[in-house]
Design a protein. Sequence first.
Length: 259
Amino acid sequence: MKIERFGTGKVLFNIIVGVHGDEKSPVKGLSLLKKYLKNKKINKGFQVIMANEEALRLNKRFIDKDLNRSFPGSNNGCLEEKLAIKLRAETIKTEYNFDFHSTPTPIKAPYGVFSVYSNKLGKIMAISGVKNWVFDASESLIKFAPEAFAIEVGCEVDSKSAQNAFLIMKNILVYFKVLHEKNKGISSNPNLFLIYHFIAVNNLLSLNKEVQDFKYIKKGQIIGLLKNKKPLVASEGFYPVLINHDLAIKKAKKIIIKE
């Protein structure tokens, strides 16, 4: 694990990349950020963490076990379980943590993932430039780190993904006044989604082109064609989320969280 510190004084937050070694777009985005910061005055302290250096070097998702499924970790465990201990120790030193990823399949725009919501995180979500956010209660880094969320910046093979990562990282720096700049015209109330059901893709012969991530499906709308050549019709209105993940279309509803 490699840690780099920027600025002086108390470390306010961590920017984390390389939890998965085959996700290079966030790493490239971080390189763009470092170049951008070279001629800038950095007013406050923050850290960037390269989580799984060995997996990144080998361009493998992980060496022994998915790091994002290795928390809370073990000092006597495999490489990733030991890394989980070290990574968690760093994240609890700061008030905020932001974990950057890329997807193996195409997505139209970056989206975020959160496991705990607070008004403080909501404000950062709003200025990040990321509009859609999905609740996920799995045992991942963001569940164990304080005030944390993850961002999928785009498809790994999409040339725009590294730039997406850079812009989102920069927005976070501006929000915390690390840089004396302004975030221009990107503040908005984030859309929060809760997944409540799954549609197995292996039952489908084809998917309706109108079915897209975060685009509302009305009751009665055709979702796709089943293997028996019959149409699959939506029995209720819902938002399809993460269509290309885990061989399933995840059905979600919008939620409002009040503290």
